[in-house]
Ligand binder design. Structure first.
Ligand SMILES: N[C@@H](CCC(=O)N[C@@H](CS)C(=O)NCC(=O)O)C(=O)O
Length: 251
Protein backbone atom coordinates (compact mmCIF):
# COMPACT_ATOMS: atom_id res chain seq x y z
CA UNK A 1 0.00 0.00 0.00
CA UNK A 2 1.34 3.43 -0.94
CA UNK A 3 1.08 6.15 1.69
CA UNK A 4 1.50 8.83 -0.96
CA UNK A 5 0.10 8.94 -4.49
CA UNK A 6 3.20 10.70 -5.83
CA UNK A 7 5.20 8.68 -8.36
CA UNK A 8 8.97 8.32 -8.27
CA UNK A 9 11.48 7.35 -10.92
CA UNK A 10 14.92 6.40 -9.66
CA UNK A 11 17.71 6.56 -12.24
CA UNK A 12 19.82 3.69 -11.01
CA UNK A 13 23.43 2.92 -11.93
CA UNK A 14 24.64 -0.61 -11.23
CA UNK A 15 27.06 -1.04 -8.29
CA UNK A 16 26.44 2.47 -7.02
CA UNK A 17 24.94 4.75 -4.42
CA UNK A 18 21.57 4.22 -6.14
CA UNK A 19 20.71 1.15 -4.06
CA UNK A 20 20.53 3.26 -0.90
CA UNK A 21 17.72 5.36 -2.35
CA UNK A 22 15.86 2.28 -3.53
CA UNK A 23 16.19 0.86 0.00
CA UNK A 24 14.56 4.00 1.44
CA UNK A 25 11.79 4.08 -1.20
CA UNK A 26 11.00 0.48 -0.25
CA UNK A 27 10.94 1.13 3.49
CA UNK A 28 8.74 4.19 3.00
CA UNK A 29 6.34 2.18 0.82
CA UNK A 30 6.48 4.66 -2.07
CA UNK A 31 5.30 4.05 -5.62
CA UNK A 32 8.49 3.96 -7.67
CA UNK A 33 10.10 2.49 -10.73
CA UNK A 34 13.78 2.17 -11.52
CA UNK A 35 15.57 2.97 -14.76
CA UNK A 36 18.76 0.93 -14.82
CA UNK A 37 21.99 2.17 -16.42
CA UNK A 38 25.09 0.02 -16.80
CA UNK A 39 28.68 1.05 -16.18
CA UNK A 40 31.24 0.76 -18.93
CA UNK A 41 32.94 -2.53 -17.96
CA UNK A 42 36.43 -1.17 -18.76
CA UNK A 43 36.34 2.34 -17.33
CA UNK A 44 33.57 1.65 -14.80
CA UNK A 45 32.14 5.07 -15.70
CA UNK A 46 28.41 5.63 -16.13
CA UNK A 47 26.99 5.50 -19.66
CA UNK A 48 26.39 8.61 -21.86
CA UNK A 49 22.61 8.17 -21.40
CA UNK A 50 22.95 9.38 -17.80
CA UNK A 51 23.91 12.80 -19.22
CA UNK A 52 20.47 12.97 -20.81
CA UNK A 53 19.02 12.70 -17.31
CA UNK A 54 21.29 15.30 -15.66
CA UNK A 55 24.25 17.34 -16.98
CA UNK A 56 26.73 15.72 -14.54
CA UNK A 57 25.95 12.18 -15.70
CA UNK A 58 25.87 10.73 -12.17
CA UNK A 59 23.46 8.52 -10.27
CA UNK A 60 21.29 8.45 -8.28
CA UNK A 61 18.83 10.91 -9.78
CA UNK A 62 15.24 10.89 -8.58
CA UNK A 63 12.27 12.32 -10.47
CA UNK A 64 8.95 12.95 -8.71
CA UNK A 65 5.53 13.33 -10.32
CA UNK A 66 3.19 14.87 -7.79
CA UNK A 67 -0.34 13.57 -7.52
CA UNK A 68 -1.66 17.08 -6.78
CA UNK A 69 -0.48 18.39 -10.16
CA UNK A 70 2.49 20.43 -8.81
CA UNK A 71 5.33 20.73 -11.34
CA UNK A 72 7.58 17.67 -11.58
CA UNK A 73 10.71 17.73 -9.45
CA UNK A 74 14.14 16.28 -10.14
CA UNK A 75 16.50 15.71 -7.21
CA UNK A 76 20.20 14.82 -7.33
CA UNK A 77 22.75 14.17 -4.58
CA UNK A 78 22.04 11.23 -2.32
CA UNK A 79 22.05 13.42 0.80
CA UNK A 80 19.48 15.84 -0.59
CA UNK A 81 17.27 13.02 -1.91
CA UNK A 82 17.45 11.37 1.51
CA UNK A 83 16.61 14.53 3.41
CA UNK A 84 13.70 15.25 1.06
CA UNK A 85 12.28 11.75 1.52
CA UNK A 86 12.61 11.95 5.29
CA UNK A 87 10.97 15.36 5.45
CA UNK A 88 8.02 14.70 3.15
CA UNK A 89 7.38 10.95 3.03
CA UNK A 90 8.11 9.53 6.48
CA UNK A 91 5.06 10.51 8.59
CA UNK A 92 5.34 7.36 10.69
CA UNK A 93 9.06 7.80 11.42
CA UNK A 94 10.03 4.57 9.73
CA UNK A 95 13.43 6.02 8.90
CA UNK A 96 13.48 9.20 10.96
CA UNK A 97 14.45 8.82 14.59
CA UNK A 98 11.91 10.00 17.14
CA UNK A 99 13.68 12.97 18.76
CA UNK A 100 15.27 16.21 17.50
CA UNK A 101 18.79 15.42 18.80
CA UNK A 102 18.79 12.15 16.90
CA UNK A 103 17.41 13.84 13.77
CA UNK A 104 20.38 16.17 13.89
CA UNK A 105 22.67 13.17 14.23
CA UNK A 106 21.11 11.56 11.15
CA UNK A 107 21.75 14.80 9.24
CA UNK A 108 25.33 14.75 10.50
CA UNK A 109 25.90 11.23 9.15
CA UNK A 110 24.27 12.14 5.83
CA UNK A 111 26.76 15.01 5.38
CA UNK A 112 29.67 13.04 6.85
CA UNK A 113 29.14 10.16 4.42
CA UNK A 114 29.35 12.23 1.24
CA UNK A 115 31.45 15.12 2.57
CA UNK A 116 34.18 13.36 4.55
CA UNK A 117 34.29 9.59 4.17
CA UNK A 118 33.49 9.12 0.50
CA UNK A 119 36.19 11.55 -0.79
CA UNK A 120 38.86 9.61 1.17
CA UNK A 121 37.73 6.32 -0.35
CA UNK A 122 37.55 7.84 -3.85
CA UNK A 123 41.05 9.30 -3.51
CA UNK A 124 42.48 5.94 -2.41
CA UNK A 125 40.76 4.25 -5.34
CA UNK A 126 41.88 6.80 -7.92
CA UNK A 127 45.47 6.82 -6.64
CA UNK A 128 45.51 3.04 -6.83
CA UNK A 129 44.56 3.09 -10.48
CA UNK A 130 47.38 5.56 -11.35
CA UNK A 131 49.80 2.80 -12.30
CA UNK A 132 47.27 1.18 -14.63
CA UNK A 133 46.39 4.48 -16.33
CA UNK A 134 49.98 5.82 -16.63
CA UNK A 135 51.71 5.52 -20.01
CA UNK A 136 54.36 2.80 -20.40
CA UNK A 137 57.65 4.14 -19.09
CA UNK A 138 55.98 6.17 -16.35
CA UNK A 139 54.25 3.30 -14.58
CA UNK A 140 56.91 2.81 -11.89
CA UNK A 141 56.96 6.53 -11.19
CA UNK A 142 53.13 6.64 -11.04
CA UNK A 143 53.09 3.69 -8.65
CA UNK A 144 55.64 5.31 -6.33
CA UNK A 145 53.81 8.61 -6.31
CA UNK A 146 50.35 7.13 -5.76
CA UNK A 147 51.60 4.79 -3.04
CA UNK A 148 53.28 7.75 -1.35
CA UNK A 149 50.00 9.68 -1.37
CA UNK A 150 47.91 6.77 -0.18
CA UNK A 151 50.24 5.61 2.58
CA UNK A 152 51.33 9.12 3.57
CA UNK A 153 47.90 10.73 3.78
CA UNK A 154 44.82 8.76 2.75
CA UNK A 155 45.48 5.47 4.57
CA UNK A 156 45.96 7.24 7.94
CA UNK A 157 42.74 9.18 7.24
CA UNK A 158 40.98 5.94 6.35
CA UNK A 159 42.18 4.33 9.62
CA UNK A 160 41.11 7.37 11.62
CA UNK A 161 37.62 7.30 10.11
CA UNK A 162 37.17 3.55 10.59
CA UNK A 163 38.24 3.91 14.25
CA UNK A 164 35.87 6.86 14.63
CA UNK A 165 32.88 4.95 13.22
CA UNK A 166 33.69 1.83 15.23
CA UNK A 167 33.83 3.90 18.42
CA UNK A 168 30.54 5.65 17.57
CA UNK A 169 28.83 2.26 17.31
CA UNK A 170 30.40 1.17 20.60
CA UNK A 171 29.16 4.35 22.33
CA UNK A 172 25.70 3.97 20.84
CA UNK A 173 25.52 0.36 22.00
CA UNK A 174 22.45 -0.54 19.93
CA UNK A 175 24.22 -1.84 16.85
CA UNK A 176 22.92 1.16 14.84
CA UNK A 177 24.47 4.57 14.31
CA UNK A 178 21.52 6.56 15.68
CA UNK A 179 19.04 5.45 18.34
CA UNK A 180 18.10 1.81 18.51
CA UNK A 181 16.74 1.11 15.02
CA UNK A 182 17.81 1.36 11.41
CA UNK A 183 17.74 4.98 10.25
CA UNK A 184 18.81 6.89 7.15
CA UNK A 185 22.25 7.23 8.80
CA UNK A 186 22.83 3.47 8.51
CA UNK A 187 21.50 3.43 4.97
CA UNK A 188 23.75 6.30 3.86
CA UNK A 189 26.78 4.66 5.47
CA UNK A 190 26.01 1.29 3.91
CA UNK A 191 27.59 2.29 0.60
CA UNK A 192 31.01 3.47 1.77
CA UNK A 193 31.38 1.26 4.85
CA UNK A 194 29.74 -1.99 3.80
CA UNK A 195 29.81 -2.05 -0.01
CA UNK A 196 33.08 -0.19 -0.67
CA UNK A 197 35.10 -1.43 2.29
CA UNK A 198 33.89 -4.47 4.25
CA UNK A 199 32.32 -6.22 1.27
CA UNK A 200 35.41 -5.50 -0.82
CA UNK A 201 38.26 -7.02 1.18
CA UNK A 202 40.39 -7.77 -1.89
CA UNK A 203 40.03 -4.22 -3.17
CA UNK A 204 40.90 -2.71 0.21
CA UNK A 205 43.95 -4.96 0.47
CA UNK A 206 45.09 -4.00 -3.01
CA UNK A 207 44.48 -0.26 -2.54
CA UNK A 208 45.98 0.24 0.91
CA UNK A 209 47.32 -3.06 2.21
CA UNK A 210 44.58 -3.40 4.85
CA UNK A 211 43.84 -7.03 5.71
CA UNK A 212 42.51 -6.96 9.25
CA UNK A 213 39.26 -5.05 8.87
CA UNK A 214 37.01 -7.53 10.65
CA UNK A 215 39.43 -7.95 13.56
CA UNK A 216 40.30 -4.29 13.95
CA UNK A 217 36.74 -2.96 13.77
CA UNK A 218 34.43 -5.51 15.44
CA UNK A 219 31.54 -3.06 15.89
CA UNK A 220 31.59 -2.15 12.21
CA UNK A 221 31.88 -5.82 11.29
CA UNK A 222 28.74 -6.64 13.31
CA UNK A 223 26.93 -3.65 11.79
CA UNK A 224 27.89 -4.85 8.29
CA UNK A 225 26.28 -8.22 9.10
CA UNK A 226 23.09 -6.35 9.92
CA UNK A 227 23.19 -4.54 6.57
CA UNK A 228 23.99 -7.73 4.63
CA UNK A 229 21.12 -9.61 6.29
CA UNK A 230 18.51 -6.88 6.22
CA UNK A 231 15.59 -8.51 4.38
CA UNK A 232 14.81 -5.48 2.21
CA UNK A 233 18.46 -4.82 1.40
CA UNK A 234 18.91 -8.49 0.50
CA UNK A 235 15.83 -8.55 -1.71
CA UNK A 236 16.55 -5.36 -3.64
CA UNK A 237 20.22 -6.34 -4.11
CA UNK A 238 19.10 -9.61 -5.66
CA UNK A 239 16.34 -8.05 -7.76
CA UNK A 240 18.57 -5.32 -9.20
CA UNK A 241 21.44 -7.74 -9.78
CA UNK A 242 19.09 -9.99 -11.75
CA UNK A 243 17.79 -7.02 -13.76
CA UNK A 244 21.38 -6.04 -14.62
CA UNK A 245 22.11 -9.62 -15.74
CA UNK A 246 18.94 -9.63 -17.88
CA UNK A 247 19.92 -6.36 -19.55
CA UNK A 248 23.46 -7.69 -20.24
CA UNK A 249 22.02 -10.92 -21.67
CA UNK A 250 19.66 -9.05 -23.96
CA UNK A 251 22.47 -6.94 -25.51
N1 LIG B 1 27.64 13.13 -4.35
C1 LIG B 1 26.86 12.38 -5.30
C2 LIG B 1 27.79 11.43 -6.02
C3 LIG B 1 27.16 10.78 -7.24
C4 LIG B 1 28.15 9.83 -7.90
O1 LIG B 1 29.35 10.12 -8.01
N2 LIG B 1 27.65 8.68 -8.34
C5 LIG B 1 28.49 7.70 -8.99
C6 LIG B 1 27.99 6.32 -8.66
S1 LIG B 1 28.19 5.85 -6.99
C7 LIG B 1 28.37 7.82 -10.49
O2 LIG B 1 27.34 8.18 -10.98
N3 LIG B 1 29.44 7.49 -11.21
C8 LIG B 1 29.43 7.43 -12.63
C9 LIG B 1 30.56 8.19 -13.25
O3 LIG B 1 31.27 8.90 -12.54
O4 LIG B 1 30.72 8.07 -14.46
C10 LIG B 1 25.74 11.66 -4.56
O5 LIG B 1 25.84 11.54 -3.34
O6 LIG B 1 24.76 11.24 -5.15
Amino acid sequence: MHLSKDKFTLHFLDESRSLRIMWMLEILGLDYEIDIYLRNPETLRGPPELFQVHPLGKAPVMDIKFADGSPDLQLVESGLITQYLLKHYDPKDKLNPSNERDKLLVDYYIHYTEGTLQPILMSILINSSAKRIAPVGLKTMAKLLSKGLNYGYYKPEFDLNMRFLDSKLREQGSGFFVGSKLTAADIMLSFPVYENVFDNEMGVKECCGETELYKKYPQLAAWCDKVRNDPIYKRISQVTHQKVLDICASK
